[in-house]
Design a protein around this ligand. Structure first.
Ligand SMILES: [Zn+2]
Length: 276
């Protein structure tokens, strides 16, 4: 069976044969029992276990499975299914897919709208990819860098980037002309009430639209709602999904941990770009 991935050593297409990914030059990569493949060359590995750790991934999965970010997934699904309405077998690449909540949701939405999608996800965390492969057995998942995506030139119809590093040149390389790039960014007041607890003087998120070489910006679709969390574990799971988890003084974290409940504004903008 042909794979969506290509060889990280020679860039030739990979075939899946008996649980291994092989290229015509004989390079071979084992698929882990958990369903993902390691395509990150040793010289691009920056630490022994890069990416999110097991506990962070588990907390994030549990949080997402409660549907707290379902409105974002719905907006993503809408944008993606509209963009491939003319394609029977669209190829989706989720760059920085994490534990696969959005990859799975988008795949199922495409199926529900009558497509036979193919989906691949790339992330640095093997713990996240274990869950992603379990969520979506039909998908292909690889440990790889989003700055060196292991997929061929112009081989992807839709590329999604939900809270992960922006590698615009790579995204332009792998998307076919006319393909869709969906870039999810936080709104000015996203998580405002949480920031009011964490910081004496919170700041709004900077918001500006960027133009990227190789892409035409089409529109921004806003997603806004209030999330009511009534469980400290959920509040802390949300906190650990944010960049604030690395830069908040411990007094701020202690104030958040003491909260039994939190009503918080959620705001995202889906920026839709068309590959030129
Ligand atoms: Zn090769």
């Amino acid at each position: 069976m042909s794979s969506l991935f290509c060889c990280p050593l020679c860039a030739a297409p990979l075939e899946v044969q008996e649980g291994r990914y092989v290229c015509p030059s004989g390079h071979s990569f084992d698929r882990a029992a958990a369903g993902y493949v390691h395509l990150l060359p040793a010289n691009r590995k920056h630490s022994k276990n890069p990416g999110d750790d097991k506990e962070m991934v588990a907390a994030r999965s549990a949080f997402l499975d409660q549907g707290h970010y379902a409105p974002l997934l719905e907006a993503l699904s809408q944008a993606v299914t509209e963009s491939v309405s003319h394609l029977p077998r669209p190829v989706l690449l989720d760059s920085g897919c994490g534990e696969g909540y959005y990859t799975q949701g988008l795949f199922r939405a495409l199926e529900a709208s009558g497509h036979q999608p193919r989906a691949a996800g790339v992330d640095l965390s093997k713990f996240a990819l274990r869950r992603a492969a379990k969520r979506l057995p039909e998908g292909e998942f690889a440990v790889a860098s989003v700055y060196h995506l292991p997929v061929g030139d112009e081989s992807v119809d839709v590329l999604t980037n939900v809270f992960s590093p922006l590698a615009v040149e790579e995204f332009a390389r792998v998307l076919r002309p006319g393909g869709l790039f969906v870039y999810v960014v936080p709104s000015a007041l996203h998580l405002w009430e949480m920031k009011e607890v964490l910081y004496p003087q919170p700041y709004e998120n900077p918001v500006k639209r960027e133009d990227y070489p190789g892409f035409a910006w089409q529109e921004a679709r806003p997603v806004r709602y209030t999330l009511s969390l009534t469980d400290s574990a959920d509040i802390m799971a949300l906190f650990h999904m944010t960049p604030y988890a690395w830069k908040t003084p411990k007094e701020g974290i202690a104030r958040l941990e003491a909260l039994p409940a939190l009503d918080c504004q959620i705001g995202f903008d889906l920026h839709l770009y068309r590959k030129l």
